[in-house]
Design a protein around this ligand. Structure first.
Ligand code: TMP
Length: 399
């Protein structure tokens, strides 16, 4: 049974930055969040057709978020050392930041956005520009690929509606001793930090280890290790192998980190509906606090802008009904977002270089997950009396 606990209102596609001429045709949907009492999975109620989201206009490129470039390089080096895989496949390879760390003869990518698939194909990594399905896994087999020793996916598995289908397709291509490693935002960290803005169309599911453990086992796979990461405001990296049902499968012992994470989630109350009802109350308070703060600053004649035109800020601005009357503009390092308007709230997105931060009194951190990086880059703004605003874990002003 699916029980609803949170309503984030009418929302656009979080990454669909747009031109003024397209404002009237913007697609909106109801962003409501539900708890599955059986599997304990958290999902959004109304899924958005993935083709509306992941297409030639999808603007997020990993290579333009430099902390993530470092993260994926280090992840690849760690996986190489730990598992020494010969054959590697990445699901959701974006513009190839992870793929580039592996030899192209033995590495393939899956990327539904054609403009990204072209980049990695041009680099010599065979990339299937398709959504991840069992049908595609069969096609890859028929194309003569051997099974993969490492299947990797970052911020991608939680994008896929049908998890049983997803995991069956992974199992279909995972070598006997292979490892499937994926990382996605952590539900526990979202609840702990009130970061409700990690809920948007691209994240039809928000994963706990508890729910994943239930769903993976049903699909003949098991979690043998979990790393808690700081990226994207707190993610989990989950290591999965085949369930050792055949004697020829090497047994990978389940490491302590799995039990520790399951216990941590249980102790927090992730299995209980009440914890989600409490979260919804905190989210509502966060909205009221943010509106109150921004309105007061504006009434006092202060100027406010935002750094990081993130999907997260799409959720915040639309849920809190914040537009250019409160936040004058957003800067972002991604060229495809610049010159566009933010989804739903229609705030102008510009290049950081075109803005003198000292013209503003306050900067709202749309990319609060890069708080330290941004504060470090913008020391001059702080030295000139500027202040940052964040809503995570609660609405705060700091400098
Ligand atoms: P993410 O939170 O989904 O990774 O997106 C971060 C966005 O913020 C991405 O569009 C790049 C942008 N960004 C900046 O504009 N300035 C920065 O200093 C950093 C680190 C990211």
């Amino acid at each position: 049974m699916k029980k609803e606990f949170l309503d984030l209102g009418r929302q656009p596609i979080a990454n669909a930055f747009l031109k003024e001429k397209d404002f009237d045709d913007e697609f909106l949907f109801d962003l409501k969040v539900v708890f599955d009492t059986e599997s304990k999975l958290i999902s959004i109620k109304e899924f958005v057709d993935p083709e509306r989201i992941f297409n030639e206009n999808y603007p997020y490129t990993t290579s333009n978020s430099f902390p993530m470039v470092k993260h994926f390089k280090e992840t690849a080096e760690m996986l190489m050392k730990k598992f020494n895989p010969l054959t590697v496949m990445e699901i959701g390879s974006n513009d190839g930041v992870f793929l580039k760390n592996w030899p192209n003869d033995y590495t393939i990518g899956i990327e539904p956005c054609g403009h990204f698939a072209k980049i990695t194909n041009d680099l010599g990594y065979q990339t299937y520009s398709e959504f991840w399905t069992t049908e595609l896994s069969e096609k890859i087999k028929n194309d003569g690929h051997v099974d993969f020793d490492l299947i990797y996916a970052a911020n991608c598995i939680c994008h896929i509606h049908d998890l049983d289908e997803t995991f069956k397709a992974v199992k279909n291509l995972l070598s006997k001793d292979g490892v499937f490693v994926f990382e996605d935002p952590s539900l526990l960290r979202i609840l702990e930090r009130n970061s409700y803005d990690q809920i948007y169309d691209e994240h039809p599911h928000i994963f706990s280890i508890t729910a994943l453990d239930n769903i993976l086992i049903n699909n003949g796979l098991k979690i043998f290790r979990v790393d808690n990461l700081s990226v994207h405001g707190g993610s989990n990296r989950i290591y999965v192998s085949h369930l050792p049902v055949h004697t020829f499968f090497r047994f990978r012992p389940v490491e302590m980190s799995v039990r520790e994470n399951l216990e941590k989630e249980y102790d927090f109350g992730l299995n209980e509906f009440k914890i989600y009802q409490d979260f919804a109350k905190r989210v509502n308070k966060s909205k009221n606090d943010l509106i109150e703060l921004l309105t007061k600053l504006k009434n006092d004649g202060k100027r406010i802008m935002s750094i990081g035109a993130t999907s997260k800020s799409t959720t915040v601005f639309n849920y809190c009904e914040i537009d250019e009357s409160l936040i004058e503009c957003i800067t972002d390092t991604t060229p495809d977002k610049q010159g566009m308007h933010s989804p739903g709230s229609h705030i102008s997105v510009v290049d950081r270089e075109s803005v003198n931060l000292n013209d503003y009194d306050y900067v709202f951190l749309g990319a609060w997950n890069f708080k330290e990086v941004i504060a470090n880059k913008e020391k001059d703004f702080i030295e000139n009396g500027g202040k940052f605003i964040t809503h995570v874990p609660e609405v705060t002003v700091f400098s």
